[in-house]
Design a protein around this ligand. Structure first.
Ligand SMILES: [Zn+2]
Length: 442
């Protein structure tokens, strides 16, 4: 059955027709079948269900290319006995690795529920997640996938293999990836995908990386790269190579590999990333919060490296991440003229291009035959909005909380701020009690 979403300002991210005032999109099953001016579309598709957005913005759903669902239980958590973390390695040791060792399937399930619901409410329709739960590796990805399916969110999952919890745990992580990759292939649809997750060079031996390459069987890797200086120092000390050089030699890089962060990399490493056509994902808020430095994604994009935008679990609001991506480089370079073009490009164009390497059908664009992931944003331009200044309006005017309706794969998952695929209150209530027990344990 065809459904129309119209009477709004349509932002397509489609260069042929970037903006249509009084625009309308027609969807049928899980695809966009047409778009145009509302009055014409209503004539063409008479007697179809019509969602009148009353002048709001209609645009493609947002994509987050790096997130950590498992971090959800940390919000507001106080670790009384933890030492003060004065660098990124201590942040990992004192908080994240402690947290991930304590997670069981119930905590993973509720982390997935609350994070995906937050994504829906912020207009994020596709989530690339990178999961760790050393205390409960087996079944962790399947638990998250079940929740994604129930809520109707499009997602790509992987388990971060690491040697930090012993060799048995390493092997469990490899097996979880292999089993989940197999499962995702069997599903054979564009709602669930799998990557092979790796933590980072400094917690992975050569032997483990070799095992992973064999087990991955050409599935792309999702790995943190040179996030903190520790990753670089470790690689130089142990292998006499920089991180990207080591990962290249170990056959980790490639067109389906996401190299997250890439902060402490040199020009030669950028050339390797470019020559392998690997993907880089930038997470500006997380990088500032962990005080690890500013990734030189502007130089990467000048070299035509595909750079996307993620959040690293810091937020689920991609508009917030966009705002920080815009200012971090101005601050870093002491130059207010930079990053105007690149920040929106990462979120609104490159994340869609990244999806095209993993999903069969187009995402992040309003065009015929693209997957029907569409959001409605409550925004009235206070100044003229046209094809030349859309990005400025999005950058300064849009926020996740302005998203009123979210459609994924042709299904309304939120309409007028009400989540339709879950009982939001019940889930958040239960999540609080799960988190309370978890905090007491950890
Ligand atoms: Zn991360």
């Amino acid at each position: 059955m065809t459904k129309l979403i119209g009477n709004g300002i349509l932002i397509t991210r489609n260069i042929e027709n970037p903006i249509i005032n009084d625009g309308c999109v027609a969807i049928s099953a899980n695809k966009i079948i047409d778009y145009g001016i509302t009055s014409e579309m209503k004539r063409k598709y008479a007697n179809c269900e019509f969602y009148d957005v009353k002048g709001k913005i209609i645009m493609p759903g947002l994509i987050n290319t790096h997130n950590h669902i498992y971090s959800a239980m940390a919000r507001g958590m106080v670790l009384n006995d933890a030492k003060v973390s004065k660098n990124f390695t201590q942040v990992l040791e004192n908080l994240w690795w402690r947290l991930d060792r304590g997670l069981g399937l119930i905590e993973i399930k509720y982390s997935a529920y609350t994070t995906y619901i937050d994504c829906i409410k912020n207009g994020v329709t596709t989530v690339f997640d990178h999961h760790a739960s050393a205390g409960q590796v087996t079944g962790s990805l399947f638990t998250i996938a079940e929740v994604a399916k129930e809520l109707g969110v499009r997602t790509s999952l992987c388990y971060e293999v690491s040697d930090r919890d012993g060799i048995e745990n390493t092997d469990l992580g490899i097996k979880e990836n292999v089993d989940f990759i197999e499962y995702a292939k069997e599903q054979n649809n564009d709602m669930i995908k799998a990557m092979f997750g790796l933590h980072a060079s400094f917690t992975l031996s050569d032997e483990t990386l070799e095992k992973c390459v064999n087990a991955a069987n050409n599935t792309g890797f999702h790995v943190h790269v040179a996030e903190g200086t520790k990753d670089l120092e470790d690689s130089q000390e142990k292998y006499n190579k920089r991180v990207v050089e080591r990962l290249f030699d170990m056959k980790i890089l490639g067109v389906n590999t996401i190299a997250v962060h890439c902060i402490h990399v040199d020009n030669h490493e950028l050339d390797i990333i470019k020559s392998t056509d690997s993907i880089v994902v930038h997470n500006p808020e997380s990088n500032m919060g962990n005080a690890v430095g500013c990734s030189d994604v502007l130089s990467m994009m000048q070299k035509d490296i595909l750079v996307g935008l993620g959040t690293d679990g810091y937020t689920t609001d991609m508009f917030e991440s966009l705002k920080v991506a815009n200012i971090i480089h101005k601050h870093e370079h002491r130059d207010p003229s930079v990053a105007w073009k690149e920040a929106p490009q990462m979120l609104l164009d490159n994340n869609a291009t990244i999806c095209s390497r993993f999903f069969e059908e187009p995402l992040g664009i309003i065009e015929k035959d693209a997957l029907a992931d569409i959001i409605v944003v409550d925004y009235t331009p206070p100044t003229p909005m046209n094809e030349n200044n859309i990005n400025s309006h999005i950058l300064f005017g849009f926020s996740g909380r302005n998203v009123v309706s979210t459609i994924i794969n042709g299904q309304y998952v939120m309409k007028d701020r009400v989540v339709l695929t879950a009982d939001e209150n019940e889930i958040y209530h239960k999540s609080q009690s799960v988190a309370k027990d978890f905090w007491e344990r950890v």
